[in-house]
Ligand binder design. Sequence first.
Ligand SMILES: Cc1cc2nc3c(=O)[nH]c(=O)nc-3n(C[C@H](O)[C@H](O)[C@H](O)COP(=O)(O)O)c2cc1C
Length: 191
Amino acid sequence: MNPPVHILGLCGSLRPGSYTRQAATIVLDAARAEGASTALASDVELNLPLCDGRPEQAAPGAVIALRERVRRADALLLATPEYCGTLSAVLKNAIEWIGPEILAGKIIGVVSVAASTSADGSMVALRELCLREGAWVIPARASVPMAERVFGLPDDEFSRLVLAHLHALGTALPEAVNRIDQNCTSRGSRS
Ligand SMILES: Cc1cc2nc3c(=O)[nH]c(=O)nc-3n(C[C@H](O)[C@H](O)[C@H](O)COP(=O)(O)O)c2cc1C
């Protein structure tokens, strides 16, 4: 039997009580319900020094540890708060440190969270960035506008709609890994 699909979540907010972290947790819970194993990198792991182009041998230990966790994951869940209309510096910095050698071909699901009525700026920017790094961004995605309302009034009709997208992304992410694995296996068996 194959080991479960492993999904690592990276949250681009270090704020205590972060809505982005709550959103990522909902997605990962839904992925676990589908049989995946999941982990969410801690705030400490993502509180990295700025990526400044220093030589590879000088990469901090925290970066090397994070790269190893990302390398081992079958898929990533990247969750960002919307800051100034785009993804947060915390997540961008982590992506810069991880680098295209590890991100190329990695299956990624994306979440964005904003205070205002749209989290689209950060969603579009994060998806574009992942694609530039060579990652395979899955079509399912979840943006959470009006985060305070969504998490403060989860039974509200609007909130339920938004939360359903987080659940759907959690279902889609392990499914994407399995589909790609199956395609590779069946193509391999034909050759
Ligand atoms: C520096 C900064 C910039 C922000 N820019 C935006 C923005 O452009 N659009 C928006 O809707 N919310 C903006 N916000 C609000 C955050 O997106 C919102 O508070 C979100 O919930 C933050 O995520 P968190 O709860 O995970 O920390 C900004 C917040 C900060 C701290």
